[in-house]
Write a protein that binds this ligand. Structure first.
Ligand code: F6R
Length: 240
């Protein structure tokens, strides 16, 4: 696992975006695994800037996102589908038909998980972007999730509901469930890039990089992957 420590969020975002942009430049048909949340927003902003200034094209790029809240339709402003459009897709030349997220408003959620797993079997990510939960989750694979897991319905932990409530007008509005790629789906990526910032992630970063490999800290599984780059700011790296 390669760990790059940066001065701040901005430098973290620059470094991470450069890696992603290089993947797309080297392979215009690349498959990008994408994440939502606060961590990758700056990375996506740099990709947009590069697209506008240097013309890096996403016309033939395909994407698969990690997760989606259950119960929110794609036009709900807290859905991850909406997040991806407003924070990236609407500002680059990607074909929305080439973008994929689990559908959190599907009537049969198990069927939707099966659909997404079948899709992922044919879409190995050239690079998978990850953030890190303060409890060590990746995607919405909460502590205790088996490493063999594939896309599944998740009951979010109180910790995650609390962390994510900052983006909703009240904690009661935060969905209690999500559909998430499993750990096995994440580990199938050819390469993984994690962006992580802030003191509240420092304990999870330490466990991920230096701790025991255990489902109790899902991100520790990344120690088993041959090509992982963690780009973290110095606050997130403060316990290493
Ligand atoms: C988002 C996701 C989550 C977040 C994590 C960190 O698609 O799967 O694992 O990456 O909860 O969230 P932020 O970046 O908001 O701190």
């Amino acid at each position: 696992m390669k760990v790059i420590i940066t001065e701040n969020y901005q430098e973290m975002s620059e470094k991470a975006s450069k890696i992603l942009i290089d993947v797309v430049k080297n392979n215009p048909n690349a498959i990008l695994g994408l994440a939502t949340g606060s961590s990758p927003i700056g990375t996506y902003q740099n990709m947009i800037k590069d697209h506008k200034e240097n013309g890096t094209s996403y016309k033939a790029v395909r994407t698969v996102n990690l997760d989606e809240y259950v119960g929110l339709t794609a036009d709900h402003d807290q859905s991850y589908a909406y997040f991806m459009r407003t924070n990236l897709f609407d500002s680059i030349d990607i074909d929305l038909q080439n973008t994929n997220l689990p559908c959190g408003s599907a009537s049969d959620l198990q069927k939707e998980c099966d659909r997404y797993n079948a899709l992922l079997e044919n879409m190995q990510q050239d690079v998978q972007v990850l953030g890190l939960g303060s409890n060590g989750h990746i995607g919405f694979n909460e502590p205790g999730t088996p490493f063999s897991s594939v896309t599944h319905l998740v009951d979010l932990t109180e910790n995650t509901i609390k962390d994510n409530s900052r983006l909703f007008s009240s904690i009661d509005e935060v969905p209690r469930q999500a559909l998430s790629m499993g750990i096995k789906n994440i580990m199938q990526a050819k390469s993984i890039i994690m962006v992580v910032s802030g003191k509240n992630k420092a304990q999870a970063v330490k466990g991920m990089v230096q701790g025991e490999i255990t489902p109790d800290l899902p991100a520790s599984v990344l120690q088993l992957h041959p090509n992982v780059t963690v780009v973290c700011d110095k606050d997130a790296a403060s316990l290493l």
